[in-house]
Design a protein around this ligand. Sequence first.
Ligand code: 8YV
Length: 319
Amino acid sequence: MKVLITRRIPEVAINLLKKNKFEILQPISDKPISKNRLKLLAEQADGILSLLTDRIDKELINSLQRCKVIANFAVGYNNIDIIAASEKGIIVTNTPGVLTDSTADLTIALMLNTTRRISESEKFLRDGKFTGWKPDLLLGRELKNKILGIIGAGAIGQAVGERALSFGLKIIYYNRSPKREFERKTRSKKVSLNTLLKTSDIISIHLPLSDETKNLLSKEKLELLKRDAVIINTSRGEILDEQHMIKMLESNRIYSAGLDVFHNEPDINPRLLKMRNVIVLPHVGSATVETRNAMAELAAKNIINVLKGRKPLTPVNHE
Ligand code: 8YV
């Protein structure tokens, strides 16, 4: 049986698949695969190991001849038309759990960076502007006793909350269902989205992108934020109205933003690059050696399981 791996990923996945006697179809290039090439190779594949940079839409899914499983190398799967896959009886899997800690760590790094102006301070020094210590040089804000609003208390949101507790942050969260164990551990409280936006000093977004969450933080919702609020986003750019957030940052209506995700990646709105109070990162939430290896391994195991007639480890659709 043949498995298409759409782009170069850690060797561990390839080794595992080969050990299980699968033939690998893999374009050599490290660039995202073109639409045509994807279609051509996918037609021959029994399983596809896809990346967030591949658009697996209805048209592609309907053209698949023998594919039984699409294993996405990501926890998010907004690049795949799940309904079309389910209709065709194709199992889709993702990589939850293994990237929780790396993404939560990066979220905290962005919180510290924005509030303590780390990137800005470093640039200041590198630009030769550090001419001597001053009592008011590059003053930031403390985390202790500030209110952190976690939007989406899934695994990553909760891991952020647990870390935030040790910085003295007070935690509130917005989620469909209450998370009692998380509340107990972090002394946090579930609130409505509006209350969260109105009361948080820092908001951190941890929702998957779907029709319901797209533009959840609309212009109107963003306007509920406190005057000096900080926005952290390590989930998906499209969850908020980026244009409006930019306006709020430009006019200092909010304090700062730490962003790992954007609308139209990798084409970042140039206005974001000009502001000193914005930290921009190239979608590196899960970018550690350990995590990327674990993601590759989990994706490969999902393919192996399905193609050997076993249950997938982490399915996102159910037969
Ligand atoms: C990855 C992510 O950087 O898992 C996700 O949903 O956004 C990140 O972990 C990316 O998806 C790798 O393909």
